[in-house]
Design a protein. Structure first.
Length: 251
């Protein structure tokens, strides 16, 4: 793909909190429609990097562009082009499923006609139609995660940032969730995802692995296994974060 297909680009992007450097000069690009895995141990800097890419944190150094907008100077403009699903469930448990969807639609400033159409489309795509009148807090965890994905995708963003979306989800629900992610990617949505499940990471087109705020490796799952002489992606991941000069221990 050409540079024109890049929807995320960073050059030496960094974030410091006092004397602590959470993200240390990372450079990479992500292509339109790509499923890009952003891997690393806890404390590696993944969530901090995502928050900068979403315009929620101002970088301390370097630069980044998302959906064509500079993340430092045009953060408010890029937000209408992205959807963000955090690792913590952030919807209202006391609301009906449809009320949470209407709330997020209003946040994204969809007019009532477009919002009703999008709720109908997204609830059909994600299998939520029969649950619209259910209280959100009564749904099993896997279905709550589907609802979170629906809310993040209501405005049909160019890019979806998914921060550990399948944590604590059973294997069947995880497989179903990934079927949905792959379907969105095939329709042109770029997926930027973090996960600790190496079987999930196999579905990514490319993967980066962060260690102590830096990108230690970036390639396709197959190439990462070949370059580390590993049979599994988990073995490759462990070898990369355990390499001399790296300290991938969780914090």
């Amino acid at each position: 793909m050409s540079a024109a297909d890049s929807v995320i680009e960073t050059t030496n992007l960094s974030k410091r909190f006092g004397k602590f450097t959470a993200v240390n000069s990372i450079s990479f690009s992500v292509q339109r429609g790509e499923i890009f895995g952003f891997l690393g141990a806890n404390g590696a800097g993944k969530t901090t990097a995502i928050r900068m890419l979403c315009g929620l944190l101002i970088p301390s150094g370097g630069s980044g562009r998302v959906a064509g907008y500079d993340i430092s100077t045009h953060a408010s403009k890029l937000r209408s082009h992205i959807g963000y699903m955090s690792q913590r469930f952030s919807l209202y448990n006391d609301f009906l499923v449809k009320d949470n969807l209407f709330l997020y639609g209003s946040i994204y400033e969809l007019n009532r006609i477009n919002l009703n159409n999008r709720i109908d489309e997204i609830s059909s795509l994600l299998g939520l139609k029969e649950l619209l009148s259910k209280k959100t807090g009564t749904l099993p965890w896997g279905w709550q995660q589907r609802l979170s994905l629906a809310c993040a995708n209501l405005h049909q963003p160019d890019i979806l940032f998914l921060d550990e979306p399948t944590g604590s989800v059973d294997p069947v629900s995880r497989r179903n969730f990934w079927d949905l992610i792959i379907s969105l990617s095939e329709k042109g949505t770029t997926i930027f995802i973090t996960t600790h499940h190496m079987d999930e990471a196999e579905y990514c087109h490319r993967i980066s692995i962060m260690v102590q705020g830096r990108i230690a490796a970036i390639d396709t799952p197959q190439q990462l296994k070949l370059s580390t002489d590993s049979l599994t992606l988990q073995d490759a991941f462990i070898k990369i974060i355990s390499a001399p000069g790296c300290n991938g221990a969780e914090k």
